[in-house]
Ligand binder design. Structure first.
Ligand code: PMP
Length: 397
């Protein structure tokens, strides 16, 4: 037998598994609500105009494809850092923040996880219950023990905030706490600003290491509003990691554009952190790809394109909000005995719909695909499939 002969089949990714089943379904009216992607009202992944315009600019200035620096394109790192922390923030002004281009939000999390494992090896990691399913796997594969902190309350369809605070207060000093900056995936339940005050206070007092994951900036209340919590954490002066992704906000999923930022206590410390973070990059993939970084940097640094991006992102955000409203209104008509009002309070692309595993299975018999947990992607609903979905849900309730 070879070294490979005893290797077992790995478990299927639950979300990608839904897509496989969906693709195999021959019903032309099939609907996939299991995805984590924004679709427009025509059910298409948009190609943003700001991206097309930036690509046109880049094509007019053809450049050789040399390696980027290990930390990525300088113009990209600068633009991202200013977007995430604010150009006039103390951490940027005092050169205490470092930002490294990463392979999407996932790549940023992995860089941060490997970095933390090297310099805080005995920390435990805490993720929300529930969380994006890759959080656990990612930190475990970096060598951490991963625990849950209390988060979602199925009874209220909101955050069990007392429980969350109690979890935070029970964490050992130096623990890494992964927080969704906005648009919590998978529940759609976010904290209020007052609740964030208390979370920040608990993190600072207990000496925890906050790792903010921001994959949906601009899909909640707005770019600045969604990013506010990052700036507030940065202002406390505690060591902080921030992963951010442009997969959704630029509709650039396949280009793998994201970044990891780390806030240090001083410019000198920041320089040392950067040198170490570059080593993590170097031993993983050496340096990031060029195209997506150039597109995003061009958009963010060109005032007309940036305005266009903000408008296009606002349009995506507004469409999701309106879809929530229509969804709830139509459910009220078709299933008046059930209260779905909470769907309007949820934020971002997802909704924990409250549908049970059995109900999800019944929906699948009607070629409507959702996650077993009841998570649906609101951004996959549109004016043509909404009635079908509402009718199907009313039938399985
Ligand atoms: N964090 C969260 C909370 C996510 O939902 C996702 C997936 N969109 C990511 C990180 C990863 O982002 P990316 O697709 O850019 O790797």
């Amino acid at each position: 037998p070879s070294v490979f002969s005893a290797i077992e089949m790995a478990p299927r990714d639950p979300i990608l598994g839904i897509t496989e089943a969906f693709n195999a379904d021959t019903n032309p009216a099939k609907i996939n609500l299991g995805v984590g992607v924004y679709y427009d009202d025509n059910g298409k992944v948009p190609l943003l105009s700001c991206v097309q315009k930036a690509e046109n600019i880049l094509i007019e200035q053809p450049a050789p494809r040399t390696y980027l620096p290990i930390e990525g394109l300088a113009a990209y790192d600068k633009a991202v850092q200013e977007l995430v922390f604010g150009a006039d923030s103390a951490v940027v002004q005092e050169r205490r923040a470092i930002t490294v281009q990463a392979l999407g939000g996932t790549g940023a999390l992995k860089l941060g996880a490997d970095f933390l494992k090297r310099f805080s090896p005995s920390s435990d990691v805490y993720i929300s219950d529930p969380s994006w399913e890759n959080h656990r796997a990612l930190f475990e594969s970096a060598g951490f023990k991963v625990n849950n902190y209390t988060y979602y309350d199925a009874a209220t369809h909101g955050v069990n905030f007392e429980g969350m605070l109690a979890s935070l207060k029970a964490m050992p000093q130096g623990a890494v706490v992964v927080l969704h900056a906005c648009c919590h995936n998978p529940t759609g339940a976010d904290l209020t600003q007052q609740q964030w005050d208390q979370v920040i206070d608990a993190v600072v007092t207990r000496g925890l290491i906050p790792f903010l994951d921001m994959a949906y900036q601009g899909f909640g209340a707005g770019i600045a509003e969604d990013g506010a919590v990052v700036r507030r954490f940065a202002a406390t002066g505690v060591p902080l990691l921030v992963s951010n992704s442009f997969s959704k906000s630029f509709s650039l999923y396949g280009e793998r554009v994201g970044a990891l930022s780390v806030v240090a206590a001083s410019a000198d410390e920041a320089a040392r952190l950067l040198s170490q973070l570059k080593r993590v990059v170097r031993t993983n993939y050496s340096n990031p790809p060029v195209h997506g970084g150039k597109v995003v940097a061009t958009v963010l640094a060109t005032p007309e394109l940036r305005q266009l991006w903000e408008d296009e992102l606002a349009a995506m955000r507004v469409r999701i909000k309106e879809t929530r409203d229509t969804f709830v209104k139509k459910l009220k008509e078709k299933a008046p005995q059930h209260d779905f009002e909470f769907v309007r309070q949820q934020v971002g692309m997802f909704s924990y719909s409250g549908l049970t595993k059995e109900q999800v299975a019944k929906l699948r018999e009607q070629s409507i695909y959702a996650v077993d947990t009841g998570r649906i992607c609101v951004a996959a609903l549109n004016s043509r499939n909404l009635d079908t979905v509402v009718d199907a849900i009313a039938k399985v309730l």
